[in-house]
Each structure stands twice: as C-alpha cells, then as structure tokens.
Design a protein around this ligand. Structure first.
Ligand code: TXA
Ligand code: MG
Length: 336
C-alpha cells in the first residue's frame, strides 16, 4: 500500500520524513518533490532497491540514475572531485538544479550507475528532499517520477494515477518550482560539456570554465545515455510547426481540431477553447514551469492530436526547446 504524506519543500513534518526515510532504509521506493520535478527515489547504495525503480518506471537498465546527496562532504565519499578544476565555484550552484557527472568511486549500486564508471550527482534545492537524504543516512538515487518516455511530473496531482500501489510513499507536495529537470554537465579539465540544458544555462558556467560546449552541437560527443531514448512525450501525436505563423494557419484551416499548447501572446491571436496556455513569452520561468503540465493536460483532454508553438530565444528558452523538440514531431510547412 502507498502511504501519502502532505509535507512539502518548505514545510515538512519530521514524522513524515521519519516515515519516508524508514522506507528508504528498508529498500523501499519513495516519490518526493525537488525544485525541478518529482523524483522516484531509493537507497543509492542498494542494488535491490535501485532495481525496483527501473521496474516501476519501465526504464531501460542502461540508462543510469541521478544520485541525490545533501552535502559536498557526502559526495566525496562516492565520487572523485580531484580533477574538476574550480569544483568549489561549481558547487556554489548547489543546492540547485545542477547535476555533475563525476568519476565513481564504486560505492554506488551498479544498477544506479548502469555499470558506468561515472556517477551523476546533484544536491537538490528542496529542504524536504535534503532532510530525507540526511535522515536516511544514504544518498538517494532518483530519476524523474514518470513512466519512461512520458513527460516528467511537476504536480503531485498526477502521481497517484501512475504510481499508486507501486511505491511505498508519495509526497503530495503540490507543484514543483522550476518544472524542467536539472542541467546535466560533464566537466573535463577547464572545459565543460552541457549534456542536458536546464535552468542553469551556458552563462552560469562561463565564469567557471574557459570552454563551455552544448553536446547537441557536437557530433562525436560522449552523451548522456538517456538522450538516445524517446522522451517527455504525450501518448497522443503532438506536432510542432516550423513557425508561429504556420501554427495559426493550421488552426485556421482546421478550426478547433487540435489542442494548441502555446504562449499567452499566441493564444490571444487564436482565441478558442482548445488552448493550453504556457504563459507569457516574456517569462521563460513561467513557460518552463507549465510545460510538462500542459503536455499531461493535453493527454487527458478529448483532443486526439495537438500542436505546440515553436519558441525561440536564448538561455532557458534553449532548455525549453530541447524538451519540446523531444516531445513533439517537427513538421514542415503544408504538412497538415
Ligand atoms: O531534475 C532532475 O535532474 C530530476 C530530479 C528528480 O532530480 N531527475 C532526473 O533524472 O531528471 P532522470 O533520470 O530523468 O535524468 C537523468 C539524466 C538521464 O538523461 C541520464 O542518462 C543522465 O542523466 N545520466 C545519469 N547518469 C549519467 C552518467 N553517469 N553519465 C552521463 N549521463 C548520465
Ligand atoms: Mg527523466
């Protein structure tokens, strides 16, 4: 049976954390909030516990999990930081939406690292999560709490449908702050490769490393195993037209046929009941926080197919577009 607890990132009861940490210590699985998305977590040192996560999520076993820690001291017990220049400056971005790939010291379960000699580590900026890690006394391996290939979950209202009866604890903690997953980086000497963009963007790393590269721009790069899989997709067909003008044209051709996920500015031009608004184009934080929610709402809507606005911009917009491109099917002018 799944136990539901109402503590959240800012207000938590120690009884709740005690109950959940007890589940972690006993090889159980706990869904908890972070500042990015919900995580489905287990004792990162226990192979048995980590395997349960793969099974519940239906995640391929070659896609490693992110290990969550509560302090850099704890990290030094599981990974080597000696070759990371400016680790101190980098670690100032923690607690926060940053995951660093480091050489593993071999302590973390080989299921969690998917047998790789590196380990992905982050210190989340959510007091509930940090307290859960501290009370459990072990690092917690936690991928995003969604079924494999489906959108990450940013609102606890959607957790029950997928995970009731399958996990030991669910924190019913409402909406998460940022709404897209952490930035994953691979530091190498004085350069840094961004494997998955997020709320922290290129600019945040430029003062720390002399060279910052996006793995999307490289042909021959070491990639996050997760990037080769389908991702973040609703179960229905979602199309991304080549421009906003093209999106408006399709809607005019087929009024009300498609659910339309778009900015409030584009929504104003279209009008109608079939809109799922992401918020203003002037506020990338708002758009990021509503993206997965809109994909899930589209899945639950009566519309069979959907359109999503192609957004442009730098910084966080690149991270938002990274998710949209994986969730949607890009279409050319005149295809629909
Ligand atoms: O915000 C987040 O990062 C959330 C919350 C729960 O912390 N977690 C999350 O985990 O998004 P997940 O498993 O959905 O995404 C982890 C990504 C995957 O693309 C995986 O392939 C990559 O990190 N990854 C994990 N370990 C890696 C490693 N050793 N080397 C390269 N990539 C790794
Ligand atoms: Mg994920």
């Amino acid at each position: 049976m799944t136990k539901y607890l109402t503590s959240n990132c800012d207000h938590f009861k120690s009884d709740d954390i005690g109950f959940a940490s007890n589940a972690i210590i006993n090889d159980g699985v706990v869904i908890f909030p972070t500042e990015t998305v919900y995580g489905i977590g287990a004792d990162a040192l226990s192979d048995n516990a980590c395997k349960k996560i793969f099974k519940i999520k239906e995640r391929p076993m070659d896609n490693p999990l992110i290990v969550h820690a509560s302090s850099t001291r704890e990290i030094e017990k599981i990974a080597s930081i000696k070759d990371v220049v400016n680790f101190e400056a980098l670690s100032k971005l923690w607690p926060g939406p940053l995951t660093i790939i480091l050489p593993s010291l071999g302590v973390i379960s080989s299921s969690a690292t998917a047998g790789q000699d590196t380990v992905a580590i982050r210190i989340p900026d959510c007091n509930l999560a940090l307290e859960l890690i501290r009370m459990s006394g072990v690092p917690i391996a936690a991928p995003s709490a969604n079924l494999s290939t489906r959108p990450s979950i940013t609102d606890s209202a959607y957790l029950k449908k997928n995970f009731d009866g399958k996990v030991d604890v669910i924190f019913d903690a409402g909406k998460t702050r940022y709404g897209i997953e952490s930035t994953v980086i691979l530091p190498k000497g004085d350069s840094c490769l961004i494997l998955r963009p997020g709320i922290y963007t290129e600019d945040d790393f430029k003062g720390i490393f002399t060279k910052v590269t996006f793995s999307e721009n490289l042909v021959d790069s070491p990639r996050s195993p997760g990037t080769k899989y389908r991702h973040y997709s609703p179960s229905k067909k979602l199309y991304m037209p080549s421009s906003v003008e093209e999106l408006i044209k399709i809607e005019k051709k087929w009024p009300g046929k498609y659910a339309i996920i778009c900015s409030s500015e584009t929504g104003k031009k279209i009008g109608g009941k079939n809109l799922l608004l992401l918020g203003s184009r002037n506020d990338p934080y708002e758009i990021a926080s509503k993206l997965y929610d809109s994909l899930i709402k589209f899945d639950m809507s009566p519309y069979e197919e959907g359109l999503i606005e192609p957004l442009s911009g730098s910084g966080i917009y690149l991270s938002i577009m990274n998710r949209i491109k994986k969730a949607a099917i890009s279409i050319q002018e005149g295809e629909l």
